[in-house]
Write a protein that binds this ligand. Structure first.
Ligand code: GRG
Length: 298
């Protein structure tokens, strides 16, 4: 299997599912829905939904992934997109460009962007809990909702963002950087993998392995994000390069330099793949995704 064609195919699967789940920009809520659809369709890589489907495939095969997990995959992307819209706001990173396009608040204003994020976060839980979507039984559905809510909330992504902002322009120990990375970026990535596993009926041993895999690729993902921010151009990234240094953020390259940072990212990818040792060839996409996370260019 070749990663590029796999990603293209899976992005198509996720985007087709969006078309059936996300309300059309029409009627009385048209402007609000247009604002949230703008960011949802602005060219994201769809890493979290693809990881969720790949984990489900690793446990139960592709058919289970595509019949039962699509609403979960889309909900994860809604939560991710909301976090980016809010992260770009003037009160946070104050970015004008994301994925090479104007950020949400540049087009819809601050209030519109805050509400677009709120709408996406809430819609995610509508999708997850709606029995009309997917064939998941109530027990799996509830467990998935809990895993995702925990990862997105005050002890996960939101808490990590709060810590990150609180530590701007301060110096702090490396352990704090790890906590910020694990919560801000890693938690939702691990939850994406776990949600796929739970939905496909993974046993506890398999879930433990998927958690170890998720934690390591989450770490690799954030390290690579730090590296790209420090070394790539705004054009390559589609968002402001060098913004971490400008905002006084501590990053892996700031602690270890570029070479050591690369080695650490490679180490995390290796550990992620080792965690999958008990899985058969159905886990091949997860293995390829681990490599992709290291080699991605934006
Ligand atoms: C505002 C509650 C709240 C949280 C924001 C995720 C996040 C927390 C902020 C984004 C800042 C950032 C650059 C984090 C590093 C890792 C990351 C999440 C990168 C963006 O994810 P990609 O690369 O984005 O999957 P695409 O554009 O492909 O969807």
């Amino acid at each position: 299997m070749e990663i590029k064609s796999y990603l293209t195919k899976q992005r198509g699967v996720v985007e087709q599912a969006f078309d059936s789940y996300i309300p059309a920009a029409e009627g009385v809520f048209r402007d609000h829905i247009e604002a949230l659809r703008y960011s949802l369709y602005a060219g994201g890589k769809r890493v979290r939904p693809i990881l969720c489907l790949a984990a489900a495939s690793a446990v139960g095969g592709d058919a289970v992934a595509e019949t039962d997990l699509l609403p979960v995959a889309c909900a994860l992307e809604c939560i991710h997109t909301y976090s980016l819209i809010h992260d770009d706001l003037p009160a946070m990173d104050n970015d004008e460009l994301r994925r090479g396009k104007p950020t949400n608040h540049m087009l819809y204003g601050e209030a519109g962007a805050i509400l677009a994020g709120d709408g996406l976060l809430t819609w995610a839980f509508d999708l997850l809990s709606n029995p009309a979507h997917g064939n998941l039984d109530a027990e799996k559905r509830l467990r998935i909702i809990h895993v995702i809510a925990r990862a997105a909330g005050p002890q996960g992504m939101v808490g990590g963002q709060a810590l990150d902002i609180a530590h701007e322009n301060t110096s702090f120990p490396f352990e704090t950087l790890q906590t910020i990375h694990r919560s801000k970026t890693g938690a939702l990535i691990t939850a994406s993998v776990l949600a796929g596993g739970i939905g496909a009926g993974a046993n506890e041993k398999q879930l433990d392995a998927l958690k170890r895999y998720g934690d390591q690729i989450g770490l690799a993902f954030q390290i690579v994000d730090d590296l790209l921010n420090a070394t790539a151009t705004t054009e390559q990234l589609g968002k402001a390069a060098g913004s971490d240094a400008e905002l006084g953020k501590a990053t892996y390259p700031a602690y270890f330099g570029v070479e050591e940072t690369r080695t650490r990212a490679q180490g995390a990818v290796k550990k992620a793949k080792a965690a999958l040792a008990g899985f058969d060839s159905k886990a091949e996409p997860l293995r390829l995704l681990a490599d992709y996370i290291y080699t991605r260019s934006h």
